[in-house]
Write a protein of this length. Structure first.
Length: 180
């Protein structure tokens, strides 16, 4: 199964003619420092373990994907560092979260921004923070990741509007790059 996934990813990356290369250890250290500054001490080490192979794939001018030992770990989208859903689930990256009701799930899975009425609860976060979106009933598997357009306090005080700008969700184009 692993071989098939890697083969599928390789074909997609080659067909799109994306720029890609394995990073030097000095570049990995710089990237790890940046991740540590943005997400905290433990998350940088977990995303980029020592002696791992890191491949950088330039998707477009403002989109870059980082694969660690052939697993999608990090995305940089419009200068925002976004841990992949794989990293959030498997590596257990810690980010503030919002929980949405069942009515919001199909929209989140299609890449829609998260609206205030669909949010049932949330952790504390500020406007501009990276936030992970979970389904309220399972609370274990992430549906998407985005940027907070409102703080958690603002979300609690209002009844309408966009709360989270969606940047990465289940089954989006990044999953194709990951070979899934």
């Amino acid at each position: 199964m692993k071989f098939y996934r890697n083969q599928k990813r390789e074909r997609l990356v080659d067909s799109l003619k994306l720029k890609r290369h394995f990073m030097k250890s000095s570049d990995i250290k710089k990237l790890k420092r940046e991740v540590l500054m943005r997400f905290g001490d433990s998350n940088g080490e977990m995303l980029f373990p020592k002696k791992s192979r890191v491949e950088k794939v330039q998707i477009s001018d403002d989109e870059t994907a980082y694969f660690v030992n052939e697993r999608l770990q990090l995305l940089i989208i419009k200068k925002q560092f976004i841990p992949s859903l794989f990293a959030i689930y498997e590596v257990e990256i810690t980010l503030p979260a919002v929980y949405v009701d069942q009515g919001a799930v199909p929209f989140v899975l299609k890449g829609a921004d998260v609206m205030v009425p669909g949010i049932t609860e949330s952790d504390e976060f500020a406007k501009g923070d990276v936030v992970v979106v979970f389904y309220e009933e399972t609370k274990s598997k992430p549906l998407g990741v985005g940027i907070a357009l409102m703080s958690s306090d603002e979300i609690k005080k209002t009844t309408h509007g966009k709360a989270i700008k969606s940047l990465h969700h289940l089954k989006d184009k990044y999953f194709g790059l990951a070979g899934i």
